[in-house]
Each structure stands twice: as C-alpha cells, then as structure tokens.
Write a protein that binds this ligand. Structure first.
Ligand SMILES: CCC1=C(C)/C(=C/C2=NC(=C\c3[nH]c(/C=C4\NC(=O)[C@H](C)[C@H]4CC)c(C)c3CCC(=O)O)/C(CCC(=O)O)=C2C)NC1=O
Length: 169
C-alpha cells in the first residue's frame, strides 16, 4: 500500500531518475492540499457514525424495497451488515484522502468485492448510491468548514463507485 509520495518515488527509482518537473508538480499539488486533506479526514472522523446513519436512512427512503421482505437489507442482521459496509467505505475513503492515493482502496476494500456481492445477491446499484450520498454529505460538511475546492473528496468515493460498477459476469 502506497501514498502519493511513495508511489511517485517508486516510479522514479524504478527508472533511476531524479525527480523532474512533472514530479514536482505532483508533489506540489499533494502538499498544497495537505492541510485540507487532514481537515477533511478530521471532519469525517468526528461525524462518521452520524454520516453513516443518515446516509443509510436516505438510501432506504429512496430505495425502500431494500428493507422490505425479499430485499437484501431486510432482517436486522442484513440491515446491520449494510450499514457496516457503508462505514467501511467511509473509513477507507478517509484513509485514501490522507494518502492522496487510491491504492488503499484497491488493496483493502475493492479486491474481490464485486464477486462477494454477486454471490450474496447484494445489489451494486444501491450500494453505489449509498457511497454517493455519503460523498455529498462529506462535501457539504467540508464546504461548511470553509474548504472551497473539494475535488479531492470526490476521488475516493468516485473510485469505489467506478470499480464496483464495472460490468461483472
Ligand atoms: C473493509 C473491506 C470490506 C468490505 C467492503 C466488506 C463487505 C462485505 N459485505 C458483506 C455482506 C453484506 N453487505 C450488505 C450490504 C448491502 N445490502 C443492501 O441491500 C445494500 C444495498 C447494501 C448496503 C449499502 C449486506 C446486506 C450483506 C449481508 C448479505 C448476506 O449475508 O446475505 C460481506 C460478506 C460477509 C459478511 O457478511 O460480513 C462482505 C465481505 N467486507 C470487508 O471486509
């Protein structure tokens, strides 16, 4: 698992090259957003339980069949598993925001996930919707804290969304 900096150094070391102009651009953008990344992670951390609970309610309001008999989140066990998954996505998103790299998501969250979901009949589309609801909530909170450019918040949520949505057999 690597962050933005170790990833860059790895790439250059493999080629035996000094860090050039392009590398400096990558580093500069990582470090100039550094304090905002830390602030965003702190905001997520301080409000995680509420974000998950509220995003879950919103999702079940929008897709009520999930919690009706026959729905994948029906029964308290599966309802709890669903919210636990949402909590995983939020927590790992906060790690990826700090790392400035999606590696942590690829290695610890997404590997084999679609296969697991398919075999258990966990529907992907509403899962993606839940992830996107959390993204919007986090962006609102971060914006309230005065951080104006929130593109770095989109990244991990959109990455998980894309990887999960990829066509599966
Ligand atoms: C940290 C990385 C990580 C992830 C991501 C993860 C996901 C994950 N979610 C699971 C189940 C599940 N996931 C859901 C989720 C949902 N059902 C819905 O209808 C909703 C759309 C959605 C919530 C948004 C449910 C209901 C189950 C239980 C399914 C079952 O056992 O029948 C399972 C099967 C094993 C288990 O029940 O614990 C895994 C491995 N586990 C991990 O270790």
């Amino acid at each position: 698992m690597r962050d933005a900096v170790t990833k860059l150094i790895d790439n250059y070391d493999t080629k035996g090259r000094y860090l050039d102009r392009d590398a400096m651009d990558v580093l500069q953008s990582y470090f100039t957003t550094g304090m905002e990344r830390v602030q965003a992670a702190a905001i997520i951390n301080g409000d995680a339980a509420a974000i998950v609970r509220q995003a879950g309610s919103t999702l079940f309001e929008k897709v009520p069949e999930l919690i009706r008999p026959g729905g994948n989140a029906y029964t308290t066990r599966r309802y709890a598993a669903c919210l636990r998954d949402m909590d995983y996505y939020l927590r790992y998103a906060s790690y990826a925001i700090i790392a400035g790299s999606m590696d942590v998501l690829d290695e610890r969250v997404l590997q084999g996930l679609r296969e697991t979901y398919n075999s258990l009949g966990v529907p992907i589309a509403p899962t993606v919707r839940g992830i996107q609801i959390m993204k919007e909530m986090v962006k609102d909170k971060v914006a309230e804290a005065g951080i104006t450019s929130t593109a770095f918040i989109d990244q991990p949520f959109d990455h998980m969304t894309q990887e999960l949505s990829e066509q599966s057999v």
